[in-house]
Write a protein that binds this ligand. Structure first.
Ligand code: HEC
Ligand code: HEC
Length: 215
Protein backbone atom coordinates (compact mmCIF):
# COMPACT_ATOMS: atom_id res chain seq x y z
CA UNK A 1 0.00 0.00 0.00
CA UNK A 2 1.25 3.45 -0.81
CA UNK A 3 1.68 6.08 1.82
CA UNK A 4 -1.11 8.26 0.36
CA UNK A 5 -3.54 5.34 0.36
CA UNK A 6 -2.85 4.68 4.03
CA UNK A 7 -3.54 8.30 4.83
CA UNK A 8 -6.84 8.28 2.95
CA UNK A 9 -8.00 5.15 4.77
CA UNK A 10 -6.98 6.66 8.11
CA UNK A 11 -8.92 9.89 7.51
CA UNK A 12 -12.05 8.18 6.21
CA UNK A 13 -12.15 5.93 9.26
CA UNK A 14 -11.55 8.86 11.57
CA UNK A 15 -14.35 10.92 10.03
CA UNK A 16 -16.83 8.03 10.21
CA UNK A 17 -16.14 7.41 13.89
CA UNK A 18 -16.26 11.10 14.79
CA UNK A 19 -19.54 11.53 12.92
CA UNK A 20 -21.07 8.54 14.72
CA UNK A 21 -20.05 9.89 18.12
CA UNK A 22 -21.55 13.30 17.39
CA UNK A 23 -24.79 11.77 16.20
CA UNK A 24 -25.13 9.69 19.34
CA UNK A 25 -24.50 12.65 21.60
CA UNK A 26 -27.22 14.67 19.88
CA UNK A 27 -29.71 11.81 19.90
CA UNK A 28 -29.07 11.19 23.57
CA UNK A 29 -29.64 14.80 24.39
CA UNK A 30 -33.00 14.73 22.62
CA UNK A 31 -34.04 11.60 24.46
CA UNK A 32 -33.20 13.27 27.73
CA UNK A 33 -35.26 16.31 26.88
CA UNK A 34 -38.21 14.19 25.80
CA UNK A 35 -38.20 12.33 29.05
CA UNK A 36 -38.00 15.48 31.13
CA UNK A 37 -40.86 16.98 29.18
CA UNK A 38 -42.97 13.86 29.58
CA UNK A 39 -42.29 13.61 33.29
CA UNK A 40 -43.25 17.21 33.82
CA UNK A 41 -46.53 16.91 31.98
CA UNK A 42 -47.43 13.59 33.54
CA UNK A 43 -46.99 15.14 36.95
CA UNK A 44 -49.72 17.53 36.19
CA UNK A 45 -52.08 15.57 34.02
CA UNK A 46 -52.08 12.03 32.70
CA UNK A 47 -55.77 12.03 32.07
CA UNK A 48 -57.26 10.01 29.28
CA UNK A 49 -59.21 12.79 27.64
CA UNK A 50 -57.35 14.70 25.04
CA UNK A 51 -60.28 16.83 24.09
CA UNK A 52 -59.41 19.95 26.00
CA UNK A 53 -55.89 20.64 24.85
CA UNK A 54 -53.97 19.43 21.86
CA UNK A 55 -51.31 22.01 22.26
CA UNK A 56 -48.24 20.72 24.07
CA UNK A 57 -46.75 24.13 24.49
CA UNK A 58 -49.99 25.40 25.96
CA UNK A 59 -50.00 22.59 28.47
CA UNK A 60 -46.41 23.20 29.36
CA UNK A 61 -47.01 26.89 29.79
CA UNK A 62 -50.01 26.29 31.99
CA UNK A 63 -48.02 23.82 34.02
CA UNK A 64 -45.27 26.36 34.54
CA UNK A 65 -47.74 29.05 35.47
CA UNK A 66 -49.45 26.74 37.91
CA UNK A 67 -46.11 25.84 39.37
CA UNK A 68 -45.23 29.48 39.91
CA UNK A 69 -48.57 30.62 41.26
CA UNK A 70 -49.30 27.69 43.44
CA UNK A 71 -46.07 25.96 44.30
CA UNK A 72 -47.58 24.52 47.47
CA UNK A 73 -50.23 22.59 45.59
CA UNK A 74 -48.85 22.10 42.13
CA UNK A 75 -48.59 18.36 42.53
CA UNK A 76 -52.10 17.86 43.84
CA UNK A 77 -53.52 14.96 41.90
CA UNK A 78 -56.46 13.80 43.93
CA UNK A 79 -59.27 15.47 45.80
CA UNK A 80 -58.69 15.98 49.51
CA UNK A 81 -60.62 13.40 51.58
CA UNK A 82 -63.52 14.84 53.57
CA UNK A 83 -62.31 15.78 57.04
CA UNK A 84 -65.06 17.84 58.64
CA UNK A 85 -66.89 15.91 61.41
CA UNK A 86 -70.04 18.08 61.31
CA UNK A 87 -70.38 17.60 57.54
CA UNK A 88 -69.83 13.86 57.86
CA UNK A 89 -72.38 13.57 60.66
CA UNK A 90 -75.13 15.77 59.17
CA UNK A 91 -74.71 15.01 55.47
CA UNK A 92 -73.24 11.52 55.41
CA UNK A 93 -76.26 9.67 56.78
CA UNK A 94 -78.16 9.27 53.50
CA UNK A 95 -75.39 9.27 50.90
CA UNK A 96 -71.69 9.48 50.17
CA UNK A 97 -70.05 12.63 51.57
CA UNK A 98 -69.11 14.38 48.35
CA UNK A 99 -65.78 16.21 48.45
CA UNK A 100 -66.36 19.99 48.46
CA UNK A 101 -64.07 20.21 45.41
CA UNK A 102 -66.74 18.49 43.29
CA UNK A 103 -68.89 21.66 43.12
CA UNK A 104 -68.30 25.41 43.01
CA UNK A 105 -69.19 27.44 46.10
CA UNK A 106 -72.24 28.90 44.33
CA UNK A 107 -73.69 25.38 44.08
CA UNK A 108 -73.03 24.63 47.75
CA UNK A 109 -74.77 27.87 48.65
CA UNK A 110 -77.86 26.90 46.68
CA UNK A 111 -77.90 23.38 48.15
CA UNK A 112 -77.64 24.63 51.73
CA UNK A 113 -80.21 27.32 51.06
CA UNK A 114 -82.76 24.77 49.87
CA UNK A 115 -82.52 22.07 52.56
CA UNK A 116 -86.28 22.08 53.23
CA UNK A 117 -86.66 20.46 49.81
CA UNK A 118 -83.43 18.54 49.30
CA UNK A 119 -84.11 16.37 46.22
CA UNK A 120 -87.48 15.44 47.78
CA UNK A 121 -86.22 15.11 51.38
CA UNK A 122 -86.70 17.69 54.13
CA UNK A 123 -83.50 18.19 56.08
CA UNK A 124 -83.39 19.85 59.47
CA UNK A 125 -80.14 21.42 60.48
CA UNK A 126 -79.43 23.66 63.48
CA UNK A 127 -78.00 27.04 62.47
CA UNK A 128 -74.64 26.40 64.11
CA UNK A 129 -73.99 23.16 62.20
CA UNK A 130 -75.25 24.74 59.01
CA UNK A 131 -72.72 27.54 59.41
CA UNK A 132 -69.86 25.10 60.04
CA UNK A 133 -70.84 23.00 57.00
CA UNK A 134 -71.30 26.05 54.76
CA UNK A 135 -67.89 27.39 55.71
CA UNK A 136 -66.22 24.05 55.13
CA UNK A 137 -67.86 23.36 51.76
CA UNK A 138 -67.42 26.87 50.38
CA UNK A 139 -63.84 27.42 51.52
CA UNK A 140 -62.81 24.15 49.83
CA UNK A 141 -65.02 24.42 46.74
CA UNK A 142 -63.93 23.50 43.21
CA UNK A 143 -62.84 26.99 42.19
CA UNK A 144 -60.22 27.10 44.94
CA UNK A 145 -58.74 23.70 44.16
CA UNK A 146 -55.71 22.86 42.05
CA UNK A 147 -56.67 19.18 41.78
CA UNK A 148 -56.97 18.23 38.13
CA UNK A 149 -60.56 16.94 38.47
CA UNK A 150 -61.66 20.17 40.13
CA UNK A 151 -59.95 22.22 37.42
CA UNK A 152 -61.80 20.20 34.79
CA UNK A 153 -65.09 20.62 36.63
CA UNK A 154 -64.65 24.40 36.69
CA UNK A 155 -63.61 24.46 33.08
CA UNK A 156 -66.68 22.51 32.06
CA UNK A 157 -69.05 24.66 34.15
CA UNK A 158 -67.91 28.19 33.42
CA UNK A 159 -70.03 30.28 35.79
CA UNK A 160 -72.92 27.83 36.02
CA UNK A 161 -73.77 26.56 39.50
CA UNK A 162 -75.73 23.29 39.16
CA UNK A 163 -77.54 21.64 42.06
CA UNK A 164 -75.93 18.31 41.32
CA UNK A 165 -72.45 16.98 40.65
CA UNK A 166 -74.12 14.55 38.26
CA UNK A 167 -75.31 17.53 36.17
CA UNK A 168 -71.78 18.76 35.46
CA UNK A 169 -71.03 18.20 31.74
CA UNK A 170 -67.55 16.82 32.51
CA UNK A 171 -69.02 14.26 34.94
CA UNK A 172 -71.79 13.34 32.49
CA UNK A 173 -69.30 12.84 29.65
CA UNK A 174 -67.19 10.57 31.81
CA UNK A 175 -70.21 8.35 32.49
CA UNK A 176 -72.05 8.40 29.19
CA UNK A 177 -71.06 4.80 28.55
CA UNK A 178 -72.62 3.50 31.77
CA UNK A 179 -76.06 2.15 30.73
CA UNK A 180 -79.10 3.45 32.71
CA UNK A 181 -80.12 -0.11 33.54
CA UNK A 182 -76.82 -0.58 35.37
CA UNK A 183 -77.42 2.55 37.46
CA UNK A 184 -80.74 1.29 38.81
CA UNK A 185 -79.22 -1.91 40.20
CA UNK A 186 -79.92 -2.33 43.94
CA UNK A 187 -76.19 -2.16 44.59
CA UNK A 188 -75.95 1.28 42.93
CA UNK A 189 -79.26 3.17 42.82
CA UNK A 190 -78.11 6.18 40.82
CA UNK A 191 -75.06 7.94 39.45
CA UNK A 192 -75.06 10.04 42.65
CA UNK A 193 -73.77 6.99 44.54
CA UNK A 194 -70.11 7.59 43.61
CA UNK A 195 -68.63 5.16 46.13
CA UNK A 196 -70.67 2.23 44.75
CA UNK A 197 -68.36 2.07 41.71
CA UNK A 198 -65.36 4.20 42.64
CA UNK A 199 -63.75 1.99 45.28
CA UNK A 200 -61.38 4.82 46.28
CA UNK A 201 -63.95 7.65 46.20
CA UNK A 202 -63.59 8.34 49.92
CA UNK A 203 -59.89 8.96 49.42
CA UNK A 204 -60.73 11.48 46.71
CA UNK A 205 -59.36 9.19 43.98
CA UNK A 206 -61.57 8.82 40.91
CA UNK A 207 -59.08 7.33 38.43
CA UNK A 208 -60.71 4.74 36.17
CA UNK A 209 -58.22 2.08 37.35
CA UNK A 210 -60.15 1.85 40.61
CA UNK A 211 -63.63 1.57 39.18
CA UNK A 212 -65.48 -1.67 39.88
CA UNK A 213 -69.12 -1.73 38.81
CA UNK A 214 -71.03 -3.96 41.27
CA UNK A 215 -73.43 -6.65 40.05
C1 HEC B 1 -82.38 12.59 54.62
C2 HEC B 1 -81.34 12.13 53.69
C3 HEC B 1 -80.32 13.17 53.23
C4 HEC B 1 -79.48 13.95 53.98
C5 HEC B 1 -79.37 14.01 55.52
C6 HEC B 1 -78.68 14.71 53.04
N1 HEC B 1 -79.01 14.38 51.76
FE1 HEC B 1 -78.08 15.07 50.10
N2 HEC B 1 -79.30 13.93 48.95
C7 HEC B 1 -80.35 13.13 49.43
C8 HEC B 1 -81.02 12.52 48.30
C9 HEC B 1 -82.20 11.56 48.39
C10 HEC B 1 -80.35 12.98 47.15
C11 HEC B 1 -80.64 12.60 45.70
C12 HEC B 1 -79.83 11.36 45.36
C13 HEC B 1 -80.18 10.74 44.04
O1 HEC B 1 -80.71 11.40 43.16
O2 HEC B 1 -79.83 9.54 43.88
C14 HEC B 1 -79.29 13.84 47.60
C15 HEC B 1 -78.38 14.47 46.75
C16 HEC B 1 -77.38 15.32 47.15
C17 HEC B 1 -76.45 15.96 46.25
C18 HEC B 1 -76.41 15.82 44.75
C19 HEC B 1 -75.73 14.53 44.32
C20 HEC B 1 -75.69 14.44 42.81
O3 HEC B 1 -76.57 13.81 42.22
O4 HEC B 1 -74.77 15.01 42.21
C21 HEC B 1 -75.64 16.74 47.02
C22 HEC B 1 -74.49 17.59 46.52
C23 HEC B 1 -76.07 16.59 48.39
N3 HEC B 1 -77.12 15.70 48.43
C24 HEC B 1 -75.51 17.26 49.45
C25 HEC B 1 -75.95 17.12 50.75
C26 HEC B 1 -75.47 17.93 51.85
C27 HEC B 1 -74.45 19.05 51.73
C28 HEC B 1 -76.10 17.49 52.97
C29 HEC B 1 -75.96 18.01 54.39
C30 HEC B 1 -76.37 19.37 54.58
C31 HEC B 1 -76.98 16.40 52.57
N4 HEC B 1 -76.87 16.22 51.23
C32 HEC B 1 -77.75 15.67 53.42
C33 HEC B 1 -80.65 12.89 50.74
C34 HEC B 1 -80.01 13.46 51.83
C1 HEC C 1 -72.18 3.01 37.99
C2 HEC C 1 -70.85 3.22 38.48
C3 HEC C 1 -70.37 4.64 38.70
C4 HEC C 1 -70.90 5.61 39.55
C5 HEC C 1 -72.10 5.47 40.46
C6 HEC C 1 -70.05 6.76 39.43
N1 HEC C 1 -69.06 6.52 38.51
FE1 HEC C 1 -67.56 7.79 37.97
N2 HEC C 1 -66.92 6.47 36.58
C7 HEC C 1 -67.45 5.21 36.37
C8 HEC C 1 -66.75 4.59 35.25
C9 HEC C 1 -67.03 3.20 34.68
C10 HEC C 1 -65.77 5.52 34.83
C11 HEC C 1 -64.71 5.34 33.74
C12 HEC C 1 -65.08 5.93 32.45
C13 HEC C 1 -63.90 5.75 31.50
O1 HEC C 1 -63.46 4.60 31.30
O2 HEC C 1 -63.39 6.75 31.03
C14 HEC C 1 -65.92 6.68 35.68
C15 HEC C 1 -65.13 7.83 35.57
C16 HEC C 1 -65.18 8.89 36.45
C17 HEC C 1 -64.27 10.03 36.41
C18 HEC C 1 -63.13 10.21 35.42
C19 HEC C 1 -62.01 9.25 35.79
C20 HEC C 1 -60.88 9.25 34.81
O3 HEC C 1 -59.90 8.51 35.05
O4 HEC C 1 -60.91 10.00 33.84
C21 HEC C 1 -64.62 10.85 37.44
C22 HEC C 1 -63.94 12.15 37.84
C23 HEC C 1 -65.75 10.26 38.11
N3 HEC C 1 -66.07 9.08 37.47
C24 HEC C 1 -66.40 10.80 39.19
C25 HEC C 1 -67.57 10.29 39.73
C26 HEC C 1 -68.34 10.96 40.76
C27 HEC C 1 -67.96 12.28 41.42
C28 HEC C 1 -69.43 10.17 41.01
C29 HEC C 1 -70.57 10.45 41.94
C30 HEC C 1 -71.24 11.73 41.82
C31 HEC C 1 -69.33 9.01 40.14
N4 HEC C 1 -68.20 9.11 39.37
C32 HEC C 1 -70.22 7.94 40.11
C33 HEC C 1 -68.46 4.61 37.08
C34 HEC C 1 -69.24 5.24 38.03
Amino acid sequence: MTRTRKWIIFWVTFLLVANGACYMAVADHHGYKEKRWYQKISNWDDDDDHDDDHDRQGKKRRYQKRYRNNSKNYKKRYLTPVNNPTYIEECGGCHFTYQPELLPSGSWDKILFGLEDHYGEAIELDPKSKKVIAEYLKANAAEYSSAKRAVKIMRSLGDRTPLRITQIPYIQEKHHEVPPKVLVRDSIGSLSNCSACHTTAEKGIYEDDYVVIPR
